[in-house]
Write a new protein. Structure first.
Length: 172
């Protein structure tokens, strides 16, 4: 199947949709709302220091043909040993764009991007154990389920279990 999405740097016209995506429970979805944010904080982060850095970043998920904003992918550095950095990734899509296969494509593209442009050997992702759709998406990209992190994520007044996944450079 040909890619219908691409990753690109976030542009100023994307910022209103990005803030809308993270602005409240209606757009963030069942597994993506962690409380209200300071309005304008994403716009300020975009301006300085920006969304691409040595310890992590954000890219827009956009339609392949015209570059229309569909959501974002993110990554940040975590350590599994004192000198063993890896990336932890996440994805957020606009409500109207979910369930169309864009998330799988975007996560596959992000894994390729990170292994092509950074020296890490491991990319990991975690999702609530109740988020079956995301677990299936990660598995279809080639991630391996490693286990459950009990009571690891606080959302909506409760501690929730998280399924941990990873993919190694040699597996991508």
């Amino acid at each position: 199947m040909a890619d219908t999405v691409r990753l690109r740097p976030l542009l100023e016209p994307d910022l209103d949709l990005l803030e809308h995506l993270h602005g409240g429970p209606d757009e963030s979805g069942d597994f993506g709302f962690f409380g209200f944010r300071n309005p304008g904080s994403l716009r300020r982060q975009w301006a300085d220091p920006g969304f691409l850095g040595a310890e992590g970043g954000r890219l827009a998920v956009a339609t392949y043909d015209d570059g229309r904003f569909l959501g974002e992918v993110q990554w940040h550095q975590v350590f599994q040993g004192p000198a063993s950095p890896c990336w932890n990734i996440g994805i957020s899509l606009l409500t109207a764009e979910r369930g169309k296969g864009y998330g799988k494509q975007a996560q596959r593209l992000l894994v390729r991007y990170l292994f092509a442009h950074t020296r890490v050997n491991r990319v990991e992702a975690s999702t609530e154990t109740m988020n079956v759709a995301e677990q299936k998406a990660l598995e279809s990209v080639g991630f391996t389920r490693e286990g459950v992190l009990r009571g690891a994520c606080f959302r909506d007044g409760a501690w929730r279990d998280m399924a941990l996944y990873s993919i190694l450079r040699a597996e991508a």
